[in-house]
Ligand binder design. Sequence first.
Ligand code: ADP
Ligand code: MG
Length: 714
Amino acid sequence: MAEVVAGEDRRAKDNVLYEGYTATDVKAKVLPLRPTAPDTPVMLIHGIGDKRGALLRKLGVVTARDLLLHLPRRYADTRDLTPLSALIPGEVQTSRVRVRNITQRYSPKKHIKLVEASFEDNGTVVGAVWFGPQFVERQVFPGIELVVSGKVQRGRTGLQFRNPSYEPVSAEQHHVGALAPVYPETHGITSKLLREWIEPLLTTADVLPDPIPDDVRAKENLMPIAEALRQVHFPDSLESADRARERIAFEEHFLLQLAAERARRRRREATGVVIRYGVDVARGFATSLPFKLTDGQRMAAHQILTDLAGPGPMNRLLQGDVGSGKTVVAAMAALMTHHAGRQTAVMAPTEILARQHAATLDQLLTRHGLPPRMLVGSTAAKARREVIEALAAGHDALVVGTHALIEDDVVMENLGLAIVDEQHRFGVAQRQRLRQKSGDMPNFLAMTATPIPRSLSLTLYGDVDLSELREMPPGRLPVATRVVAPHDRADAYAFVREQVNAGRQAFVICPLIEESDKLGAKSATAEYERLRGDVFPDLRIELLHGRMPSREKEERMARFMRGDADLLVSTSVVEVGVDVPNATVMLVEGAERFGLAQLHQFRGRVGRREHQSYCLLFQGGVDEEGSRRLEAVAQTGSGFDLAELDLRLRGAGDVVGLRQHGLPEMLAADLLDVALAQRARAAALLVLDRDPVLTAYPPLADAMREYRTVFDLD
Ligand code: ADP
Ligand code: MG
């Protein structure tokens, strides 16, 4: 939409350019209306235009509302005024002055533009100079009163402000002589411009509906939204800026909690598919296994089976490191579902993973009369038709597949349990579609080897029940992890060769696909060439990266899994779930470029069988902070602990990828602020108790819209 800009696309002249506005409107300068409607595209706001509108889009700002919600990072405080007579050389100071004169000239040698002025207050005169291209001379003239702020230095003719910022004195200072907001900027979009655009929009803030009901606001001692926006952009004091920000953060937590709790209540009331908890079935399954279930597995299975037997549909996340035995737990749930006469569908993000699951489930369940069927992209047309018909007729009770499962013509009237592996690899809508394969509301189980930190579970997963497998099955050798300094590279390669000579295989993970000089990071393609040419010319090496067509990726991966290659050089695409029991070395180039949780994922690719396995974290450069993080991975075997550590090091936004979860980006809320989340949750519960479907207060119902899909509220 906004890619079509008025000046450039003549053909689109009278077509609708922006929702609700035509090029004719733009020409006729219908805008700005005051107050600007919150949905107005910023390009149509007076003074912004197409070019700057496009730049603003980079900051995530598309509408007037977005601009109002573009919150400052900090404030530049230049309220403390110093009389010119009291200026101290060498320091940044702010003064209120009258301009005596202003001239411009070019420096004799370098021909740089110099604008010079002299300021006065109470008889004291100091100079000022601005270097380089400036527009000062257009805005500043003799006699005008300014607030100026900048570094003061001693020049040939006395004290002088160097490149000071300035603003004419008025009733309200916005840039200089104030607590001026400093925003996230981008090239061509300065904080000064943002202030100029945002200030007039405060009249729009006045007409914004406030999603927080009055009584909640009063009880929690929160500002109305208009006041909060005014105070966050142009605060009376740092304290009121804090309170304003807290109000906005509270709103975000409040909406999140409200959505989660509503979903939870709806789910409890819904008639889900009830799967009877057959203790005999569970026992029979457990005793048929060649091993004893771990305590964690028994606990998780019990939680799941209890949920399945409850009236509302289950919504549970089973977290556990790769190899912790999640699939075994899922298998028990599928068997129970089968005994209740219902179908189970297992969806994985790739064909390789789907095949692995099918193989594991085949071993576990076929003897119990529940052989898994497969449905993936490459399933031949005839086989596909057969599976689809059987599923529709309710015959096949366990199907394992990929996105192919959510095609329109796949119907599972009888679906009782939907399982999604590595659910963060799917979009919200895709997960939803799997659940909607049957008329009833099936039970939902997500599995992941990338645990979400405990500290986030309250704020982010209000509607999800968690089960965790914290221990590994006995007998698993921990993967020996070493941080390898650049000068130890040769030794490490010698070690890799030893392993290959002993019949094992190795992964080599690189941060990038192609060489990028700027980053100095190893690329998979270049590293593949180098290893093949110089380091291991005698070994069989395979290359894998995300830009290959998925069919090719799968073929190459399959060759490595079959043992047709000794080394697999890859980007991070190899991260998830792949099981190559014969691989014993995971070598990660430029390891400090990856998140801790991701490194742990890589490490989980090896150590899958009886062979002792190794993870070699190659450090790209010398960097204290980087080595400490890598040492943490080397010392810590638990994915849960690393997830917490990762969160503390990188902050919530980066770790969880809110968009991936289908959630709106948080503007002010810190997802780790459990105290505020709890306050918001208590308020949300009260509101829902008195108005379960939120009809009494339309602004709140409207604000909930962004959360509808992710919490399945439609
Ligand atoms: P995940 O799905 O969590 O990666 P799986 O369920 O695929 O893990 O289990 C990994 C391997 O460990 C499988 O080969 C499985 O048979 C084995 N396994 C699972 N649970 C146990 C257990 N309690 N004791 C011994 N081995 C187990
Ligand atoms: Mg698995």
